[in-house]
Design a binder for this molecule. Structure first.
Ligand code: AMP
Length: 279
């Protein structure tokens, strides 16, 4: 595996690869890799000539300084996992290379879709996500881009960004990889104490109960049950929302004419977790 730390040297290298008509698969991450990330690497390996993975904890998408500082950065272990997974290239840029001093950052327009759900609780988050993905797609001429359904709203925003910027890249959205009790794998899970970790399983249990009761109860009633149950166990919901899975328009109740998704964000102590389920 080749490791690049400067965007210019990566661009130079990849332009040679592109001239040789080789297909590049790209997996952007913030590191602290787990089986969820590795599933994206495996998918990319099977569909491309080479896979580029980036690890960059992007400061502009964090609105909570504490969350940014506490974000795990086990880089040696990540390199080992990528080697084992057969990743071809790791891009490990510095903050200065990605955000040169005095460089003005673009502002992208996503309407209310960047202000609802995660956007409501993480002001400016999706501008930060878009800025960094836009930079990466300028550096990495990817044929295929692999992202996880776990970050459902992020997938929506990245699809919109790719359309707006006309990037010739196919977007692949991979299913969420879960722990045995259903908790979605996340780099932040390592920050939970063992009792918090046990209670975190409630997130998926609530998603499943919403799915299984959707033809017998209204969404507001099931939502309240889930909300109360979580709160009792110290799992503090920021939101439990139902949305149209295509447009991300929020729905007040189930609508069988639509493909729907339930999205949840909670805080357990000072750890914030998100998850979702297509109904
Ligand atoms: P992150 O490092 O959290 O920015 O995630 C990098 C990529 O991995 C994103 O596209 C995520 O949606 C995806 N991802 C994170 N967790 C999972 C998971 N449990 N299953 C599948 N993909 C995931």
């Amino acid at each position: 595996m080749l490791i690049f730390k400067e965007k210019q040297s990566l661009t130079d290298y990849l332009s040679g690869i592109q001239k040789a008509a080789k297909r590049i698969g790209y997996v952007p991450t913030m590191g602290a890799l787990h089986k969820g990330h590795l599933s994206l690497i495996h998918e990319s390996n099977s569909e491309n000539d080479l896979t580029v993975c980036s690890i960059f904890v992007n400061p502009t998408q964090f609105n909570d300084k504490d969350d940014l500082e506490k974000y795990p950065r086990p880089i040696e272990n990540d390199i080992e996992l990528l080697l084992k997974a057969g990743c071809s290239i790791l891009f490990l840029p510095s903050k200065e290379d990605m955000y040169p001093a005095n460089e003005e950052q673009p502002k992208f327009e996503f309407g209310d879709k960047e202000r609802i759900l995660e956007g409501e609780f993480r002001n400016g988050h999706f501008q930060g996500v878009s800025q960094i993905v836009d930079k990466f797609l300028k550096i990495i001429p990817a044929y295929n881009l692999y992202i996880g359904q776990k970050d459902f709203q992020q997938c929506y925003i990245i699809k919109e960004l790719v359309k707006k910027q006309n990037y010739p890249v196919f977007i692949h959205i991979s299913p969420t990889i879960r722990e045995q009790d259903g908790l979605a794998m996340s780099s932040r899970n390592t920050r939970l104490t063992s009792s918090q970790r046990a209670n975190a399983a409630l997130i998926y249990q609530c998603l499943i109960s919403i799915q299984s009761k959707k033809s017998i109860q209204s969404f507001p009633i099931i939502k309240k049950e889930c909300w109360d149950l979580m709160k009792k166990k110290g799992v503090e919901p920021d939101y439990i929302e139902l949305a149209d899975a295509e447009t991300l328009e929020l729905l007040t109740d189930f609508d069988n004419q639509k493909r729907m998704v339930v999205l949840v964000a909670v805080k357990i102590g000072d750890v914030r977790l998100i998850d979702n389920l297509l109904l």
